[in-house]
Design a protein. Sequence first.
Length: 235
Amino acid sequence: MIPSNSLKQLKQRFNGRLIGPHDAGYDKARLVWNGMIDRKPALIAQCREVQDVVSCIVFARENDLRVAVRGGGHSVAGHGTCDHGLVIDLSALRGVHVDPQTGVGQCGGGATWADVDGATQPFGLATPGGRSVGYGNRRLDAGWRARHLRNLYGLSCDNLLAAEVVTADGRVVQASEQQNHDLLWGLRAAGVTSVSSPGWTTACTRWVPPSCSSRCFTTGRAPARRCASTGTSTA
């Protein structure tokens, strides 16, 4: 059980919505895509900004809580939830901004591939992503997944240019070829379940290449160029 004083302190510095087992909407908020996963977290934190994520990490460390981070909520193994711990829900951080001139897109940590496709297709652009539009965009980089664009543009992780990351000690850092290059490498290669995973991505930057007929045929959407994603960008 979470101490009431600690929870009160979190509420004072948290700008999103906190949902406990006795709050309205708890059963809906704890659901994930895989209906076989039926876990009951002690607290669900629906974040509105990066600082909310930082507050949650600090709170979890202070109270020795297990942490699960949910982006799209599509993890078959249920990595986006946990029993008796804290779920950091990034689903509200789903803004996507695309610059058609540079072929770079910015996506929030909670953006799904449906959000990314919806922002890129007006420009005739697409980036390698998940096989379902319901997948969250941030974890596919570490998972090495690919879609129909992979033969032209490589895997999802190959198109990750930069990321904003909240580390386990609550720091917000930028990872790119210019800053914390080793962290960017870790995000590309660590893997979803790897113990070496370097932190929680609240924003990423992607390259979005030109559209191709194969993606249009298989998904009914126009593909995009490389796209960069960031949790603070807007659709």
